[in-house]
Design a protein around this ligand. Structure first.
Ligand code: SF4
Length: 482
């Protein structure tokens, strides 16, 4: 959910780009992945041009939008609970109109209007530029729906309104959609085919962020490794491109090199990678540039070759180990995190042990681990019975989480006694006397504030740690502090 407060730069969140002449009020909540939070900034920008400023008070809003997630059943239930709450707010704010955005909107389409009476508008992830027309429709008292998926849309020409911003780090989306068709995943159905954004518009957006004092950018996509710009159009149509287009095409390693070279003092991160699409030149680009952070989120989902096949993950556990070995060889200090699913249909105890042994091999820094949740419309839901009993799913998930906990502590303990460069993002959640920031490995570091400020790069000596956080003391500014 997005808390929106107009504050100074002492580490509290900011709303940038509010227009003083705008009379109407937009309240927006976002759920799910970073892409959704980034999309909400696109939506706020499109509606700012229609006279809307963002507010955090739902009670005063003319338009209330929920950017929804559909990745697991629980995510959808969370949205439905919020819509129930909106009914109560509507009693004290009867003028408010309600719209649903994102993956659940795309999955349910106009059925959302039938199932949730409070909803006036349903807009899919590729239709946000139609919001001015759709808002005009609901202003007239009619329902409005647009869930058309696009082959071109990348919103590259929309300057996001930075919501819930710490003024230091920001998301920049570089691709939309996914062609990978993993059998458990709804994303290809809710976000369409892969298309990449013009690198020029990406560089311009980063330049704008740099000029406004931002120090870190996360390049976003469902599958950033398959970024490929060849003049516009779908990734899958690249083969039909002209020789000239092929010769001048920009892939992900090329984009990383371009951005890191153009802004040597800006820190770069990226998410999310897919092992079957990650290439050595991406890892080499990370090694070449000090300002590309040494952290890779590399979902694997299972350690069993039989299950990886059933998931349509186009790599084996051996090929995954080879990628991990290459990362460790070229980037010895690189942190790696995972996504894991416990209890995928037909998963046996042996498959589960393969997952645990893969984790033992990699010893991830951290991970996102869930029990399998059947998603309507996916190949797994259509072809495979959800046959692993809930109690076994739970037990296996607990074993995966416990192993990750052990490895996370093993990884954080590697930092003890070291001096780490940290970018200060804001106050520590636990103590107002302490700053929190991240090192290049994306590990949270907490240390006393002293005279340091948000947005500064500080060298911190690590004295202690938990499995998730490093604790230390500042020992001076980093050479990277502009
Ligand atoms: S790579 Fe697979 S899991 Fe990831 S978004 Fe694409 S289809 Fe879903």
């Amino acid at each position: 959910m997005e808390k929106i407060i107009d504050e100074n730069k002492q580490g509290d969140s900011l709303v940038l780009d509010q227009k003083k002449d705008n009379q109407r009020k937009l309240y927006i909540e976002s759920y799910g992945c970073q892409m959704n939070f980034s999309d909400s900034e696109i939506v706020a920008s499109i509606l700012a041009k229609e006279g809307f400023n963002t507010t955090q008070q739902m009670e005063e809003a003319d338009l209330v939008l929920v950017n929804t997630c559909s990745i697991r059943e629980k995510a959808e239930q969370t949205v439905r609970k919020r819509l129930e709450h909106f009914n109560a707010v509507k009693r004290i704010n009867p003028k408010m109109k309600v719209g649903v955005l994102g993956c659940m909107a795309e999955r349910l389409k106009s059925k959302f209007l039938e199932e949730e009476k409070i909803v006036d508008m349903v807009v899919g992830p590729d239709a946000y530029k139609d919001l001015p027309n759709l808002v005009a429709e609901i202003d007239e008292g009619r329902d409005a729906v647009n869930v058309i998926l696009s082959k071109e849309e990348t919103y590259g020409d929309v300057a996001p309104v930075r919501l819930n911003s710490n003024g230091v780090s920001a998301f920049v989306s570089i691709t939309r959609g996914c062609d990978n068709m993993c059998t458990f995943c709804v994303v290809p159905f809710t976000r369409g085919r892969e298309r990449s954004r013009d690198p020029q518009s990406i560089i311009e957006e980063i330049g704008d962020l740099w000029n406004r004092g931002f120090k870190e950018v996360t390049l976003l996509g469902q599958n950033v490794d398959s970024y490929l710009w060849y003049g516009g159009g779908l990734k899958k149509d690249f083969e039909k491109a002209s020789e000239m287009q092929k010769a001048t095409a920009v892939n992900f390693a090329g984009l990383l090199d371009m951005a890191a070279t153009a802004f040597p003092k800006m820190r770069f991160r990226f998410s999310t990678s897919n092992p079957q699409d990650m290439t050595l030149d991406v890892i080499e680009a990370m090694a070449k540039h000090k300002n590309i952070c040494k952290y890779i989120h590399l979902p694997v989902q299972s350690g069993s070759n039989r299950i990886l096949k059933a998931m349509n993950r186009l790599h084996t556990r051996e090929e995954y180990f080879e990628l991990i070995d290459n990362i460790r060889r070229i980037l010895p200090e690189c942190a790696i995190s995972q996504d894991m699913i416990a209890g995928f249909p037909t998963e046996t105890e042996e498959d589960h042990q393969d997952t645990l042994s893969l984790m033992e091999y990699v010893k991830y820094d951290f991970g996102f681990m869930f029990a399998y949740s059947e998603r309507p419309g996916t190949l797994a839901a259509r072809k495979l019975e959800d046959d692993v009993p809930e109690d076994i799913k739970k037990r296996r998930l607990t074993e995966i989480i416990n192993m990750q906990q052990k490895h996370s502590l093993y990884r954080t303990q590697q930092h003890l006694g070291k001096v780490e460069e940290v970018l200060i993002e804001g106050p520590s959640k636990k103590s107002d006397a302490h700053w929190m920031g991240r090192n290049t490995q994306n590990t949270v570091v907490v240390f006393p504030k002293e005279h340091y400020k948000v947005g500064e790069f500080v060298n911190v000596k690590i004295n202690d740690c938990t499995s998730a956080t490093l604790l230390g003391e500042a020992v001076g500014y980093s050479e990277n502090n502009a």
